[in-house]
Structures are given as C-alpha cells and as structure tokens.
Design a protein around this ligand. Sequence first.
Ligand SMILES: [Zn+2]
Length: 298
Amino acid sequence: MGKNSRASVILFFIDGLGIGEPQPHNPLCLVENIEPLANFKDEKKQIIFDGILIPTDPRLEIEGRPQSASGQTTILTGINAPKFLGYHKQGFPNEKLRGIINENSVFRQLRNRNIEEIVFANAYTPQFFKETPRWKSATTCAVEAAGLQFRKLPDLFGRKALFHDFTNQILRERGFDAPLFSPTDAAKILADLSRNFRFTLYEHFITDKIGHDQDFERANIHLPPLAEFIRETLKLIDLENTTFILTSDHGNIEDLSVRNHTLNDVPTIIWGRKKDETAKQIKDLSDITPAILQLLTK
Ligand SMILES: [Zn+2]
C-alpha cells in the first residue's frame, strides 16, 4: 500500500456548462444562490470552500463547436479526441471513439494500476439492460469496456447510487416508486460513495438539455438545487484526503440566446487534496484524466 492508498477523487461532470459573459441571456448571472456555478469571463473571484477555478479549453485546437461525444471521450481518456477524429463529434461515440475509450478510459487506466475501487455513481434503469440501446454515452462505453458494474435501481433505493437528475423526479415521472432525494440526500450518497471508493464519477446532463431548449424557467428551477448538491457534498467529504473535480465538456447553458453549444472555456474547479499542484496541470480537457491518475497513483 502506497502512501496515497487512502486518497480519493470525485469527478463531478456537468454537461454543457461554460464560462460566458455576465449578460441577460446567461442564467448563471441571474439565478440566485448557485455558487460555485456562477463564473464569468475575465472575472477574479473567490470560489467557495477554497476551490480553484481553471478556465479550461474544450475546443482542443479543432475548428467548430465543441461537442459531447468527443469532449467526454477526451475528459475520460486524456486523449484529444477531436484532434484524433479531425472534428468535434456530437452525441454518442462512434466506433473510432469507442476504440479510444476501450483502451484508455480513466477506469481502465486505474485498473491497470491495480486501483479497483472505482464507481460510476449513476444508476441505470432495467430498460437499459433489457434493450441495450444502440447509442451509448461515452461514460456508458467506458464502464462497459473496463468491466465495471453498473449501478441499478436497487442500489439507488439503498442510497448507494444516484439517478442522473439526482432528485429522482424523472424516475418518478416515469412511474418508478423512487424516493424523492433532496440535494442533501444526494450529497450524503455521493460522499458515502467517495469514502468507499478511490474514484467516484457522477454525470449530470440536464444542464445541456436546458441550454438546447433555451429554457430560462427550467434553469431557474434546476440550477439552485444542483449547486446545493455540490456545496453539501463539499461539506461532507474529507478534503484532506479527497480531491473534488468539477468539469464540463463544452459550454451551452451560459448562453440561452442560442440553441447551440458555445465556444467558451468550461470551468474546471478543484477542491481539496493537492488542489494547487493539480490545478497547475490543467489547461484543456485532455488534462483531466492524467491529473486523476497522478492524484491516485503518485
Ligand atoms: Zn449538447
């Protein structure tokens, strides 16, 4: 056991969250009580819980608007996927991206270094296993290829997993008898997972949907509890031994005047163990996986 055998990392992935201008079409500057999410261009400010904000490049030297499949593949592997493809790939990974993910996902790389205590906190419904979807997210591909267990609804009912909306509202609307989780409930679950696992990933993509729908009202309802979930998690985890990394694949929700993703930087925010040296390593999305590997193995 190395001296870092108790160190742990939480990667909190928020789809479609960029650093934009503080303008009327940016819900991050109008919705109240959403720290640490309200970050704007060219702004110097203190991040709660002494976090460090690193404006992070999702464009990755490739023309066009950053997209989810290639951005997420880059975050999850440390390989510049848009550069590998020559373009930004929307939606779900194609065969080429799946090839990169299969060999290089952060899960796979951790397992190769004998770190087995890895969890993807998001719960999948029975439907996913019944009719294996044709299109799978980068994260789903990474979990499968690394041979990790998917969390399922019994895990969620046992408070050992989270649905992607973290409140279970969506599950309830779909007819599942799931308990409604408060942001504090969700934070307790995520913090408990991170006590039991070296690497914990949670993925949240409603933010990207709100951006595409240009839905200010939904942003107003959705962002405060999401921010509260993050703050409560930061309160509950041991920041001496745990590094909490928040990041995104591309901007979107910070500019509701357009349906598309933006060209903005995304916020990577780092809290806790070795935050300063980790922050220095991060410039673009391909730096996230190497930083996680370094935190857990060096
Ligand atoms: Zn999108």
